[in-house]
Design a protein around this ligand. Sequence first.
Ligand code: FE2
Length: 142
Amino acid sequence: MSEIIIWDDKYLTEIATIDSQHKIIFKRVNELFQACENLSEKEYIIKLVNSLDFYTNCHFDTEEEYMLKYEYSEYESHKKAHNNFKNVYEQIKNNYNYEKSQATYMQAIHLSQTLADWLDHHLQNEDKRLAEFLKNKVVQEG
Ligand SMILES: [Fe+2]
């Protein structure tokens, strides 16, 4: 089974909640990619796209809640990065006509590739800086 994004410890933030959510997103991006490679039922692909979309948004909310709770100074720019991504993802999603399109697999691969590229960059930059800021605070919380 090929993977479009491979988990590596370089992505670790050392914040348990964030790391476990990131790992789940990686797993689901790969599931979507593999489902396309296997030409799985379109209904299944659509289900994966929608659940990935939902889960990614929940994850963004988690990070944004941490940022607000601890009054992170880069909150606005980090949230903007999340919103930019949501817009891109939404645009790609809207480009396909789920029932009729013959291009569903190509679009879904495009989605998984877009998400993989974005995650690779975002986790090593914005999320790393956020993790550095949260490190002592979240640990103290127990
Ligand atoms: Fe983030």
